[in-house]
Design a protein. Sequence first.
Length: 453
Amino acid sequence: MYKIVYPSDWQTVGSRFEVWVSTDERNRELDTYVVALEDFKCNGALHARALAQVPIMRHTDLMRGEVDRPLSDGQYVICLRDPTRGAALAASGIHVDTDIDRWADYFGHMLKLRMQRSSCAQPSLHSEDRPSPVFSIITTVYNTDPLYLDELAGMVRSQTFGDFEWLLLDNGSERKETIEAVDKAACLDARIRHFRVEKNIHIIGGNRYLLERARGRFVVPIDSDDLLYVDALEIVARECLSEDAADFYFSDEQKVTPVGAPNDLLWRPECSRLFATATCPAAHLMIYRRDLGLAIGAYTEEYAQGSHDWDTFLRLIDSGARPARIQEVLYGWRMHPQSAALSAGSKDYLVSSQKEVVLHSLRRRRLDQHFTLDHAKGAIGYYHLVRIRKAPQALAVDFVLRSPFGEQFENLRENLRRLDYPNLRLRVLKFGAGGTSDILHRLRAAAWGIDWV
């Protein structure tokens, strides 16, 4: 059986992209090519004209290759064919958008400019006689691809701001290569503190384990398969070490391909409670004061499994902590088959986790009696609040008539006609002599239940 695991079906990609194929058949020849969508619809995978070939080679447990020529904007289908039997094996649609290429070029240029502005300070080793570094980076590892972990370790160790510790938890990994990669990283730098648990306590338990052992003023959670650009801590330090420092920070980020190339900019707006209730307002990079993280109970509830960054963000703003946005891309969220960056379906508990995160925030703010949560149609990870309908409370409305009455009755009747409330008590207060019985008769004739005062 063959399956195209990257790009995911109808993912948007740049003009040059990799194709990843999983299979349990190791020796069969494979013909991989890209055709136009309309050609595919008319002629099928076997007879549509190939616009690009994808030379596939085996890499560990996957087969991988890159298209041999750039494609223009449009919709295409990746096809797998058995050249010996002439049989179609798999197909997957893609959107090609050359804006992704332009973003990748722009980010590369921007990163070079950032490095030129950097202090270019050599990473200083954190000394054990200084109990409190500025940053505590926390990372849990479970069977992570060692290539990803090695790349991340290189980026962390090369940070241009060196006053940090990196708490690295082997979270019960069973994969030998992962265990060796964690051990190797821990031996390379005195700033890395290595821990291991024999049984996987998952991301919530693992992050809490590390938070309780962190010594830095600020905590920086990062995932073991992602990228932390080498000037990230320096940019954050300019903000959080200033006199007007906020309680926590979040930055823009980008999705990157499995090989780390820029793909999608994830622009984060300024902090808004309404936006933070509708969707995850920030995930990577997020930096918060360690004392606040402990005080708000970060990483203590299993319902947040898979949405812990969103839960931490809401806990912080619910506690009154002051946020600030850093308008730089500091983090690369890697897309691969086991990552939610590629597909929310990679973690089937995400939707229920996201809902619970928002509902618990409503309970903390005592709004759960007034609102419930509904999923935004056609959009994964987006929600809106729905007001809970309750029986309306009784209201009393007073109208005042003054003598001489003149046209006041007509005005009163028009006002009464505009009222639309199911539980309303009306009172008419009359000042002056005369006309009482006539006005009361006319109001009663209009079928209004009115107390006369």
